[in-house]
Design a protein around this ligand. Structure first.
Ligand SMILES: [Zn+2]
Length: 255
């Protein structure tokens, strides 16, 4: 057994027995893993209960043969109050977390992904954030996540004719198999509207670089379709069988 101090993001929590919690963590040093926080629900020193979405520092007693590791000395570094108190933001966060929980294999250490998820939470915490920006954030989370995990999507040229997509200004269709986009003229006749991506989304890939004009981009039903599309793209690449339950909740919140 070894003892380490590390930082983790709490992806989910489940009460265990009378006073303990089993938590799924995404840690900078250990990737996704499960831990048990014994007695945490009755200890008076924790004024804020341990919850999904928190960034914590803690000690972990690692025993390779065990599925659930023991946690101790848990300190909350950030509980992202702006997200916690806002149902739209929590539904966006939970959809992103469901993608992490279902795609990451236990023990997949990935510091780049860890720092990306922290950026995502910080951006989501921005006080004045429009509904469009929130949904764009979730859209781009899927593709950036896939890219960090080794499935980069080509948003710049058509997978069929190689034309630059930004220059055509007419959007394109997501090509799941080839990890890219088919331009409007190549795809219009045979690809369904459900695969269509507006040109604004093809030219803006990073949520740290959203243009000002973005706030009036799309009605929410279009966004919800696009997020389901991004989600199915990840499900295909990460070989995940079932649609995410968090998407139904997201739809209820944003419809
Ligand atoms: Zn083309």
């Amino acid at each position: 057994m070894s003892i380490h101090k590390t930082s983790s993001i709490v992806l989910s929590t489940t009460p265990y027995r009378e006073s303990s919690l089993i938590v799924t963590l995404f840690s900078v040093d250990y990737g996704r893993f499960q831990g048990i926080a014994k007695g945490i629900r009755s200890a008076s020193k924790y004024s804020t209960p341990l919850e999904r979405g928190m960034l914590i520092e803690h000690i972990v007693y690692v025993k390779k043969t065990r599925e659930i590791q023991t946690l101790a000395d848990i300190q909350v570094s950030d509980f992202f109050p702006e997200i916690r108190g806002n149902i739209e933001k929590t539904s966006v966060r939970d959809t992103a977390f469901e993608l992490l929980i279902s795609s990451l294999k236990p023990g997949d250490r990935n510091p780049e992904l860890f720092s990306f998820v922290l950026d995502f939470l910080s951006f989501l915490s921005t006080p004045e954030i429009t509904q469009n920006t929130l949904l764009f954030l979730l859209w781009s989370f899927h593709f950036r996540f896939a890219s960090i995990m080794g499935f980069e999507t080509n948003f710049s040229t058509c997978t069929h004719c190689s034309k630059t997509l930004v220059s055509t200004q007419s959007g394109g269709y997501l090509n799941h198999d080839q990890g890219g986009i088919v331009c409007n003229s190549c795809g219009k006749s045979h690809l369904g509207d459900d695969l269509f991506i507006p040109s604004e989304l093809l030219s803006c890939q990073s949520f740290t670089d959203i243009p000002e004009t973005f706030s009036s981009l799309l009605p929410s039903h279009q966004w919800l379709r696009l997020i389901r599309l991004a989600s199915s793209y990840c499900r295909i690449h990460f070989d995940l069988k079932y649609p995410f339950r968090s998407l139904d909740f997201l739809e209820q919140v944003f419809k």
